[in-house]
Design a protein around this ligand. Sequence first.
Ligand code: SF4
Length: 201
Amino acid sequence: MMTILYRVHDNLYINLTNRCPCACRFCLRRTRDHMEDSDTLWLDHEPASDEVIAALRKQDMSAYREVVFCGFGEPTEALDVLLETAAYIRRHFQNPIRLNTNGLGSLINGKNIAPLLNGLIDTVSISLNTPDADRYLEIVQPSFGAGSFEAMLDFGRECVQYVPQVVFTTVATTISKEEEERCAAICREIGAAYRIRAYEP
Ligand code: SF4
């Protein structure tokens, strides 16, 4: 059965789409089809917001700390459903809302999407992966090609104006300490936080 909602630790994850303009060399979609206790995260259709909301209504939302748009794909590929669902959660529940993203949502949607997150998303977590634009192209393989790294950083810059918490992440052990320091400097310049995530095989 396809999974729209799944639990990771104390958080409720929402899986809206399997589309993504990237082909990250480390993408979990390459090695698995589910997370901890979920069924498959491969969707047989993309849920409309009604379907996501119906699934949310069956949940005891007080049992979760945070709601996270994530899943097996890039959530901003399903921007309208993402925004409608976030608005519903905002109206009916207290949970903080996070968007995990590759940061290319403005390229995907052909417009600056950061203002649309205003008031709906509490935390945007963007995969930075590396401080180096050429290396980024090698490991993330974005379909937009050159310029994607800068577009991802610009998205973070824009988000800082509209979203309370903006975080760029890299994965522990995948880059050197020196590269991590360069990532931290990029984040400082943008006014975002920097987090080194644990490696998940
Ligand atoms: S951005 Fe995320 S979903 Fe897309 S290929 Fe990379 S790791 Fe996978």
